[in-house]
Structures are given as C-alpha cells and as structure tokens.
Design a protein around this ligand. Structure first.
Ligand code: KG4
Length: 339
C-alpha cells in the first residue's frame, strides 16, 4: 500500500499544499500573493495574513485534486524553516493541529533541502532521471545562493554561499532601480533575450573558496546608471535590453565559475540546480553548455518546481517517513539559513 503524505509550504509569499503517494505526486496547489507587487518586495506582515486566508482552501483543493480523503493520509509534512517567521508560523501551526486531529505523525522539512530534493518527485507517466548521490547542487533563489554537497536525502553540506545578497535578490534590486516591477528576475530574463550581453561590463567579486557576493555587482550596476543618466535621462529606456542582458550574463558567469571550481575540486560530475533563479534561461543554457563541454550529468528542475511549492516538501516528507523520522508538536519554526 502507498504512503500518502500531505505537505504544507508557507515559508515566504506562496501558500502551497501537495499530496504525494510514495514518490508520485498527486497534487500541488499554490496560491501566490499578488499583494506584494505594489511594494517592490515581500512585506512579511501582509504575507502571514494572506497565508491565513489561503491555507484552508489550498489544502482542501490539494486533497480534492489528489482524490484522497484526509483519513487516508499517513503523515503531515511541513516547512519548518528557513523563511519568514510570521509566514512559517501559519503553515507550522496548521500542520501541527491537523496531525493532532488526525492522530498521524508530523514531519518537519528544511525548505532548502526541499528545493534540492525536488529532483526526486515523480509525476504520473513520467520516467525521470534522478541525480545519483553524492551530487552537487547550485541552490539559487531570492534569499539563497549556495553550493551544496548532497550526500544523501538528509545529509547535505553547504560548501559555498553568498556572503551578502542572493542572486535572485541582485536581479530583483537591479530591476527595481530600472523601474521594473517585483519580482524583477523573470522580467530581466525576458528583456535580456533581445539584448547584447557584452554591451556593459560590471565588477565581478574576488572572494575566496566557493563563496559568492552580489552586493558589489549591485553597486556597480547602480553607478553605471547614475553616471549615464547624468548625460542622457533616457539612458535606461534606450538601453533596457542591453542592461538586462549584461547584468544577467554577469550573474550567470559568477554563479557558474564557482560551481565549476567546486565540481572540479570534489571530482563529482552529477550537478543539479534548484530554486527560483533556476528558471533563468541563461543559467539553464550555461548548464547545458557545461554539460557538453565538461561532461557533467546535469539535472534542471521543471519550471513548476523552481519557485516555492509543497511538492518538494512532500518528497522530503516521504523519505523521512521511511526512516520514521517524525517530530514533536513542540518544535518551533526557524528563520535562519541552515541545511
Ligand atoms: O525560490 P524562490 O521562489 O523564492 C525564494 O527566494 O524562496 O525564488 C524567487 C527568486 C526571485 O528573486 C525571482 O526574481 C527569481 O527567483 N527568479 C528569476 C527567474 N524566475 C524567478 N531570476 C532570474 N530569472 C528568472 N527567470
């Protein structure tokens, strides 16, 4: 008989619930919050309020789409952190209450491990190639930029990470100074398609090991705009595609150069990418290119698993269920990045 798990994700501004039967995804419902667009970024208090409104309908819909009654569930998995505390509290509290009411085990899931393990989700009728352990994963989102050595589904080591801004944050902040709406990453990606990636050059960080830094790039971008706007007030408008293409190509170069170093030093050619920025077309193209050039076995997630979703929480929940790795309802959520 299959193991049925309901998973809940509420770490930032997406309320999501998913149902998995073993590794097979049966539903993955996401309610995104449009309320933040007008503020140019996620407003934590508004996010937690929206989670409270969304959580019951989203879970109801996930069970309905999975064609499963709540009594058929074997466990509830939930994102415990990292994330926004107010947002996490909504999903965490609901998961705890629901597991108590149904008298079934509760499974805590690290959001970052979820992003990485999304590569193991199976969809109906799909024969999917999954990474072999150990593999290296580039985890890039609005809040994280890390290189992770994945030894097993639960044994992961961060071998490099950003010392300041995340890659997605760099996209979003640079988009904001160009007057583009939030989140800027997907818009930059779109505009960059018509631009010249070599039109402008920006400072690249010189920091040791496998760590990243994006704050210098952001400043360099800002200064370029400031200096040119003095001469031409329509500088952004007249160069929008080139600015986006040059910025995007710099971010991708920074990400790939450290990843290449890690792959070489660790001698592991199984390489995955995960997180919101993994939707970026130039980053995906760079992965394909490196796979050809350096014989990497690459794993690029489906677009639906790049941004926050509960399916990735469900798959970790399934593996933890097999290990009887359950948690107590007294466990609080956490906000700080850890893996
Ligand atoms: O993983 P995610 O949904 O949220 C967390 O940070 O947890 O990632 C969101 C980030 C945002 O910064 C967004 O701008 C970026 O991913 N993003 C992209 C693209 N799609 C989303 N950045 C560049 N190109 C994209 N196509």
């Amino acid at each position: 008989m299959s193991i049925n798990i309901l998973a809940i994700e509420s770490s930032c501004d997406d309320t999501s619930a998913a149902v998995i039967s073993d590794c097979n995804l049966r539903s993955n419902v996401i309610a995104s919050q449009k309320v933040h667009e007008q503020y140019g970024g996620v407003v934590p208090e508004l996010a937690s309020r929206a989670h409270q409104q969304n959580i019951i309908p989203v879970i109801h819909e996930a069970l309905k789409q999975a064609n499963l009654k709540k009594e058929e569930l074997n466990a509830i998995a939930f994102t415990r952190g990292p994330g926004l505390m107010g947002s996490l509290l909504v999903g965490t509290s609901f998961a705890k209450g629901f597991s108590q009411a149904l008298n079934i085990p509760l499974i805590e899931v690290n959001h970052l491990q979820g992003h990485i393990m999304a590569h193991f989700i199976q969809e109906e009728g799909e024969e999917k190639k999954t990474p072999k352990f150990p593999f290296i994963c580039l985890l890039v989102s609005g809040g994280n930029s890390q290189i992770v050595l994945v030894k097993s589904y639960k044994e992961m080591e961060i071998i490099g990470q950003t010392i300041d801004d995340a890659a997605g944050e760099a996209f979003d902040k640079c988009a904001k100074v160009m007057g583009l709406p939030y989140p800027g990453g997907p818009i930059i990606d779109k505009l960059a398609k018509e631009g010249n990636p070599k039109a402008f050059t920006f400072a690249k960080p010189q920091i040791p090991d496998y760590n990243y830094s994006f704050s210098g790039l952001k400043t360099s971008f800002l200064y370029l705009l400031r200096d040119n706007l003095k001469e031409d007030e329509k500088f952004i408008e007249n160069n929008l595609n080139d600015l986006c293409a040059s910025l995007q190509s710099t971010v991708v170069d920074i990400l790939m150069s450290k990843l290449k170093k890690a792959v070489k030093d660790y001698g592991i050619k199984e390489v995955a990418v995960a997180g919101g920025v993994s939707a970026n077309s130039a980053l995906r193209a760079a992965f394909e290119d490196y796979s050809q050039r350096y014989k990497w076995n690459i794993y690029i997630p489906k677009f639906s698993y790049t941004t926050d979703n509960a399916a990735m929480v469900a798959i970790v929940g399934y593996f933890k269920y097999l290990d009887n790795d359950f948690c107590d309802i007294s466990l609080p959520p956490f906000s700080k990045v850890t893996i």
